[in-house]
Design a protein around this ligand. Structure first.
Ligand code: URA
Length: 234
């Protein structure tokens, strides 16, 4: 059982204050009857709540895909500057929303934001070895020797990395796929090969790929199919 205003507000879009106004204006119905007060307790698993006659689908959790721009930090506190959470538009915002995983401030591309702590935890669990694929741009062309070194694992200060796949592309670019997520991992792996990463863009996690029509800096809810792919990761 949950309070009507809290329940509707938990879905984003309306604040609790706005829900109270909607109720006062008789725009909210519960099981077809106009709601008399915003603090009635509702069984969210059974009741049909509608606003202006349009039924609300109550979603327990929210899963968003972000095309992260450079210049935003993926942590939620403790930094100067812009946080990825600031990119979430009001109608998609929910309490408890946070980025499932970290990308460096200058890294761009795919990020998942969710209020489902358990799912995020499972995606990030090191032993799951979720594959994360990045498009990397270097200051020099990547070489076959780097491909072999990445495949063998690279010795970083905290130990040897797991084998990483590298696919050479045109010019100074390559795809790199990691199954772990150490601090500045790709940058440090290339640094140990004498190259500098000048651009890093995450293109996928498992079979879940950044859609080409999602503009930089924008978020949208995962489709059913994408949610299925996300669940497959863990
Ligand atoms: N590797 C890095 O160096 N940075 C990232 O943001 C992700 C992987």
């Amino acid at each position: 059982m949950e309070r009507l205003d809290k329940l509707i507000a938990s879905q984003g879009k309306y604040s609790r204050k706005e829900v109270k106004q909607l109720v006062a204006r008789r725009r909210v119905t519960v099981d077809g009857l106009s709601a008399k007060s915003a603090d009635v307790k509702i069984d969210e698993t059974a009741a049909v709540i509608a606003i202006d006659g349009i039924p609300l689908t109550i979603k327990k959790h929210l899963y968003l895909m972000l095309n992260k721009p450079g210049g935003y930090v993926s942590s939620t506190e403790g930094h100067d500057g812009a946080y990825v959470l600031e990119l979430v538009p009001r109608e998609l915002y929910r309490d408890g929303l946070f980025p499932a995983g970290r990308l460096d401030k200058d890294t761009t591309g795919m990020m998942i934001l969710t209020d489902d702590g358990q799912m995020a935890h499972r995606i990030l669990a090191p032993k799951k070895h979720v594959k994360k694929k990045y498009l990397v741009t270097l200051d020099v062309p990547p070489t076959e020797e780097m491909v072999s070194r990445f495949r063998e694992g690279i010795s970083l200060s905290e130990g040897l990395t797991k084998p990483a796949e590298m696919e050479l592309l045109e010019g100074n670019t390559a795809y790199v796929t990691l199954v772990e997520g150490r601090y500045h991992q790709i940058k440090r792996m290339f640094a140990s090969c004498g190259a500098t990463v000048v651009g890093l863009h995450r293109v996928s996690m498992g079979n879940l790929t950044l859609p080409s029509d999602l503009p930089v800096g924008k978020l949208r809810e995962l489709t059913e199919e994408e949610l299925r792919l996300l669940e497959e990761l863990v």
